[in-house]
Ligand binder design. Structure first.
Ligand SMILES: [Zn+2]
Ligand SMILES: [Zn+2]
Length: 273
């Protein structure tokens, strides 16, 4: 199983970091988790294209995690030689967001259907709304849904993907909670979006200070990894953006609370679990 950080950025535009998105690949499995800004550019950077996706998993409906949903749907549709519905799995209200996205694409869909004789139908999507505790399969992979705590954003979920004897948890945004601990228990990998509280506290912006109460700090993520006994902690969605050369500093903050392997870095950083 390979985990690739497609986008390690945050809502703040960054010329070097795409928005939050993580790719999980294994034999016969290509799963995208969230689809932030620039996701398809990074997917191409990983050597893959939208028709190859088996599913899109959405952790929550904050805009930075779904910025490029329209691009994923459209590019999947126009690049697929044979129609292949895109499975989109997410928490409650995912259908509402997908339907609204499809509605916004309606003129474009008409243009393309009018212009391409071999395109006979618009983009096909299968939306599945899930709740914590549910399990489902994507090809050979078993996926379990766990509750996360990103309140007041509700509901939000994390996913545990297992295939080929390996497991990874995609934690999404949120603070540590029992649901996440349980989902992570004994996982080979745990991907968590993080903020550096010590750096954010230095920024005199009330709107930025607000984000402290619903995101895991680097220390939080490390403690969750220790509590759950995960093998490798994978950090992403760096707030503020991790500066060039600061990787060791960020890693040290986590290492103070977690003795296992720690992975972080630029977009397209990948780890084989
Ligand atoms: Zn969020
Ligand atoms: Zn976010």
């Amino acid at each position: 199983m390979r985990v690739t950080l497609l986008g390690t950025g945050s809502p703040i535009p960054d010329p070097n970091r795409a928005g939050p998105s993580t790719l999980v690949t294994a034999a016969g499995l290509v799963v995208l988790v969230d689809c932030g800004r620039g996701v398809l550019m990074r997917l191409a950077g990983a050597g893959l294209y939208p028709p190859m996706l088996d599913a899109l998993l959405i952790t929550h409906l904050h805009s930075d995690h779904i910025t490029d949903l329209g691009d994923v749907i459209t590019s999947r549709w126009v690049m697929s030689p044979v129609a292949r519905p895109l499975t989109i799995i997410g928490p409650a209200h995912t259908r509402e967001v997908v339907d609204a996205t499809l509605a916004s694409l309606a003129p474009d869909v008409r243009y393309r259907l009018d212009h391409h004789a071999d395109l006979t139908d618009g983009p096909a999507v299968d939306v599945v709304e899930v709740t914590a505790g549910e399990t489902f399969t994507i090809g050979s992979a078993n996926v379990r849904v766990g509750a996360t705590d990103h309140r007041p954003v509700e509901p939000t979920v994390a996913y545990r993907v297992e295939t080929g004897g390996k497991s990874v948890v995609l934690g999404g945004d949120g603070v540590p909670c029992a649901g996440l601990d349980e989902l992570c228990r004994g996982a080979d990998g745990y991907v968590q979006t993080v903020i550096r509280e010590d750096l954010i506290r230095q920024v005199p912006s009330a709107r930025l200070q607000d984000i402290l109460d619903y995101h895991s700090t680097v220390e939080d993520a490390a403690r969750t990894a220790t509590t759950a006994g995960v093998g490798t902690l994978i950090l992403t969605h760096y707030v503020p953006g991790m500066q060039p050369g600061a990787e060791d500093e960020w890693r040290a903050v986590a290492a103070a609370h977690f003795a296992g392997a720690i992975v972080l870095g630029d977009d397209l950083t990948s780890i084989d679990l």
